[in-house]
Design a protein around this ligand. Structure first.
Ligand code: HAM
Length: 445
């Protein structure tokens, strides 16, 4: 036997797994449609530069890129946002705003495979374009929450931690840190929780090179700001700073909208979140399982400059991505994954070649009527065929012997309690519909 395995971080989906993936897509899709979002799609393979320019260093290090046979530099997509920005940008002028779009697709990142992180994963993306105010951010955060609640999770099971790159930039400006250095400083903020003190100081020193700001003091100030967890404390820090106070007005709008929509419980302020992707400009957020150590369930934020950078008009945008990997782990933990019984509705047991033509005619009729039907491809004895019907996962068998065919009936047999009843072949469709709804009592004499 050949020993060629799947690549590290790639998954195969046996039917039971594929059924679960289908369930996840179904819940995502239904939540997005409830919010008026329309589905789109784009190629899995893209020109390399779509991502090298727009996604930021971390993702570029993780690209699955190569040269194609035509000498083009290409890559498997690591995310969907740049393609969305390109597509919307190309037609934005003729589109009614705001644009509400979602996509579900596989993305690829050359990461170290580990719990919650693979090299190929499915992602839901939902984005709202054409509205710059916090009402749009609230709508996207609400949809992110509903995409999790749809599985039967409660608001106590996860937290959407909301932060703000705009507020960070304004705060850093109030410390005298110019915009040119602020992005590098946010890179240090991203590591505050994990980094060793000496490494953090070195990183801050490098980030502030060329400015008069003291790195040690900047580190203390950044830590204090990152640890602010409520609006009242932020207001105290912003007192006297007009730019920060103005931004806090938008925070109030965001939080009030989320409260009015009923999501107050699962949303929290957490300024330690700054997000690794380079294109984010305003509110950013990540969803995590409450109390767990697991990696993010979803992440997103506002990216007002990307559509224009990709050649489109100036179009504000906000969105999020949610992966299937950490989500599935959480749903397994909470026992919220459905058990799939994907056997047929009926298994036709065809006993002998004389009965075959009539039985196949019924099988075809039933399939056309929407029933799921299997039958024995080879002739066999009653016991063996009954076994086959059970193994297939059917609840009912339809017995076709010479006797039944001569009488113009099919015998319906429950594989759970072995009860049986004859149904005229001409009445099969309505009778079997009733059996599926009410059980054998619908046809028992
Ligand atoms: P992201 O935070 O890179 O954002 O990914 C979003 C989600 O995708 C993560 O929270 C995680 O659930 C899942 N994910 C990411 N990488 C992996 C991986 N290697 N293995 C398994 N799951 C993974 C984005 O991708 C942005 N494009 C989202 C966005 C849309 N922002 C605005 N619109």
């Amino acid at each position: 036997m050949s020993d060629i395995r799947t690549l590290p971080g790639f998954r195969e989906f046996y039917p039971e797994d594929q059924a679960l993936v289908g369930h996840i897509f179904d819940i995502w899709r239904r939540a997005c449609r409830r919010y008026g979002f329309r589905e789109w799609n784009s190629p899995v393979l893209e020109p390399l530069e779509l991502f090298t320019e727009k996604s930021g260093e971390e993702i570029v290090r993780q690209l699955f890129n190569f040269e194609d046979k035509g000498g083009r530099q290409v890559t498997l997509r690591p995310e969907l946002t740049p393609a969305l920005a390109r597509m919307v940008g190309a037609k934005a002028n003729g589109m009614p705003k705001p644009i509400r779009w979602f996509a579900i697709g596989e993305s690829y990142r050359y990461e170290k495979p580990q719990k919650g992180r693979l090299r190929a994963f499915y992602q839901l993306n939902a984005d709202l374009l054409g509205e710059a105010g916090p009402a749009a951010d609230a709508e996207i955060i609400a949809l992110c929450a509903d995409c999790l609640l749809g599985f039967g999770l409660t608001q106590a099971d996860f937290r959407i931690r909301v932060s703000d790159r705009t507020l960070w930039f304004r705060y850093l400006a109030s410390l005298g840190i110019p915009e040119a250095q602020a992005t590098a400083v946010l890179g240090v903020v991203d590591k505050l929780e994990r980094g060793a003190p000496k490494d953090l100081l070195d990183a801050m020193t490098a980030a502030l090179a060329g400015t008069a700001v003291d790195p040690a003091q900047a580190l203390v100030a950044a830590r204090a700001f990152a640890n602010t967890k409520c609006l009242a404390d932020l207001e105290r820090l912003a007192a006297g700073d007009a730019a920060m106070s103005e931004r806090l007005g938008e925070w109030k709008h965001l939080l009030a909208t989320l409260t009015a929509l009923g999501f107050a419980e699962c949303v929290a302020i957490d300024l330690t979140i700054v997000r690794g992707l380079a294109y984010y400009t305003g509110f950013v957020f990540e969803a995590f399982e409450t109390g767990g150590e697991a990696r993010a369930l979803a992440g997103g934020g506002r990216y007002d400059a990307l559509v224009k950078k990709l050649g489109g008009p100036d179009l504000p945008a906000v969105g999020f991505g949610m992966g299937d990997v950490t989500l599935r782990d959480l749903l397994e933990l909470k026992r919220l994954l459905p058990v799939y019984a994907d056997g047929p509705d009926f298994f036709a047991m065809i006993l002998g070649d004389d009965a075959r033509a009539a039985a196949l005619e019924d099988v075809a009729t039933l399939r056309r009527a929407g029933f799921r039907v299997e039958y024995n491809l080879r002739d066999g004895k009653f016991g063996k065929l009954a076994q086959q019907a059970e193994t297939a996962g059917a609840k009912y068998a339809l017995v076709y012997g010479g006797g039944e065919v001569a009488k113009g009936v099919a015998k319906v047999r429950s594989l759970t309690d072995r009860s049986e009843a004859e149904v005229p072949r001409t009445d099969l469709v309505p009778a079997l519909r009733a059996v599926l709804e009410e059980g054998m009592r619908a046809i028992l004499p």
